[in-house]
Design a protein around this ligand. Structure first.
Ligand SMILES: *[C@@H]1O[C@H](CO)[C@@H](O)[C@H](O)[C@H]1NC(C)=O
Ligand SMILES: [Ca+2]
Length: 224
């Protein structure tokens, strides 16, 4: 009986979402082992918006958001290509490149990326500025068990990490929706005003698992 109770408590603990308002994940070193896995009950996405904030001083390539399915390791990926100085959005292994983004080191940046399987168009908002709308992949949604990671770029479903693509810095306010946010909603997110939290991933009720050295700390934002 005691054992059963403990088991129930452990299961409940692992599954219970946490409110991470005012918190951030700190990734303190380059490694191919440290990451955070985010859990969702959603399996299929035909429209997507993903928003997050991050802070880094990496001058090399790095991952910002990595979602893999069994059939596509870059099912939904936001990635900085340092050599080309472009932000890449990969959807179902098809990339769109966004150049001319003012992605500076040592400051917080807000990202919102949208994609619609009907048109195949992806768009990346950075700090309130929209990008060109570019074609990636259309016709069908992102399906299958989703593995969503922060800190590592997946080259297989939940693995294939490369230390030279790992994220070092801080990440916070991760939200994901199964629809496309209006420009007005995106601005609300970017300005940290009231917005409807994600229904696929919600930073205020986040289910996640930390692997290796990633810390949960109080957010350091500027003082108002
Ligand atoms: C990572 O980059 C360094 C420096 O460019 C290189 O020496 C090393 O082989 C790379 N490691 C991997 C696993 O690619
Ligand atoms: Ca990959």
């Amino acid at each position: 009986m005691k054992f059963l109770l403990l088991l129930v408590m452990l299961t409940a603990c692992a599954a219970s979402p946490q409110d991470l308002s005012g918190k951030m994940f700190t990734f303190p070193q380059p490694t191919s082992r440290a990451y955070v896995r985010l859990t969702t009950s959603t399996h299929d996405l035909s429209t997507v918006t993903v928003c997050h904030r991050s802070f880094t001083d990496l001058t090399r390539d790095h991952v910002l958001f990595s979602l893999a399915t069994p059939s596509n390791d870059n099912a939904f990926l936001v990635f900085w290509d340092a050599a080309k100085k472009e932000m890449e959005v990969h959807v179902k292994d098809r990339a769109a490149e966004f150049v001319g983004k003012d992605y500076k080191l040592n400051m917080w940046h807000s990202f919102c990326t949208t994609w619609d399987s009907t048109t195949g168009l992806a768009q990346l908002w950075l700090d309130g500025q929209p990008s060109v709308r570019k074609f990636t992949s259309s016709g069908s949604g992102i399906g299958g068990p989703l593995i969503i990671l922060l800190g590592q770029e997946q080259d297989s479903h939940g693995g294939g990490f490369d230390v030279n693509q790992s994220f070092v810095g801080m990440t916070t306010d991760v939200h994901m929706w199964d629809h496309i946010l209006s420009p007005c909603e995106i601005h609300k997110y970017m300005d940290s005003l009231n917005f409807t939290p994600g229904n696929v991933l919600n930073w205020r009720a986040l289910e996640f698992q930390i692997f290796d050295r990633v810390l949960i700390e109080d957010q350091i934002m500027s003082c108002h």
